[in-house]
Design a protein around this ligand. Structure first.
Ligand code: PGA
Length: 254
């Protein structure tokens, strides 16, 4: 099976409803050629999920994602979004463990394991983010750091479950800084992640998992990054807010 190549937009906490609608209209009106193994995903703010779902929910090769969900099905958790709510509006993807959630909302690997479980049990594909801070990169211990994130949040899954997870490697020092990992640095980590997956689940399973790169992906570096054999697309923040930029990134998928 050929693994999916994915361009995922992460709007974060940006845009008004009107600006978001305009951006989606612009994106949908621009020529892009998503091939059969390619997918564009839009992680929009929660209040805009239904709008995005209405505009894109029935389109092929395009999907809407939530930027987060809670680890419990329902109940007295004021302000949280459940997977049942996402199911009820047809949203099929959720970004989990973004470094901003880990940092500002103290999300731990263990807590993320619970969110991964509840998402999978509701047929929602998690886009699981991992990646090291600058200090760890400078110490040269990024492989062990990312390996622990994978182990503690994902490696309790069966391989039948794991194949429904998308992984995004986002070195924190490259997010929103304009400083991208070089395509060699990205490939090196992506190959390491795939090897870790293969070690636990076997090569055949590891080869099915899409591993996206995130951190200052732009139209002008996407082709080079995505041309690496283990880089299966990108999770894109800043550049996903500009229609022309994001369309160019979609068209850079292999
Ligand atoms: P950036 O964000 O593209 O603005 O660096 C990436 C992300 O945080 O997903």
């Amino acid at each position: 099976m050929m693994r999916k190549q994915i361009a995922a937009a992460n709007w974060k906490m940006n845009l008004s409803l009107q600006q978001g609608e305009q951006l989606i209209n612009d994106l949908l009106s621009k020529p892009h050629d998503l091939k059969e193994n390619q997918l564009a995903v839009f992680a929009v703010p929660a209040p805009y999920l239904m709008m995005a779902q209405e505009k894109m929910g029935t389109k092929n090769r395009v999907a809407v994602a939530a930027q987060n969900c809670y680890s419990k099905k329902s109940g007295a958790y004021t302000g949280e979004i459940s997977v049942e709510m996402l199911n009820s509006i047809g949203v099929k993807y959720v970004v989990l463990g973004h470094s901003e959630r880990r940092e500002y909302f103290n999300e731990s690997n263990q807590f993320l394991a619970e969110k991964i479980d509840i998402s999978l049990s509701h047929h929602i594909t998690p886009i699981f983010c991992c990646g090291e801070p600058l200090q760890i990169r400078e110490e040269g211990t990024q492989n062990a750091y990312v390996a622990a994130q994978l182990k503690e949040s994902l490696f309790h899954l069966t391989s039948a479950q794991l194949v429904n997870v998308v992984i995004a490697y986002e070195p924190i020092w490259a997010i929103g800084t304009g400083k991208t990992a070089s395509s060699d640095q990205a490939q090196e980590m992506h190959a390491f992640i795939r090897a870790e997956l293969a070690h636990v689940y076997g090569k055949e399973t590891a080869d099915q998992i899409s591993i996206l790169y995130g951190g200052s992906v732009k139209a002008n570096n996407a082709v080079e990054l995505f041309s690496q054999p283990d880089v299966d697309g990108g999770l894109v923040g800043g550049a996903s807010l500009i229609a022309d930029e994001f369309v160019a990134i979609i068209n850079a998928l292999k």
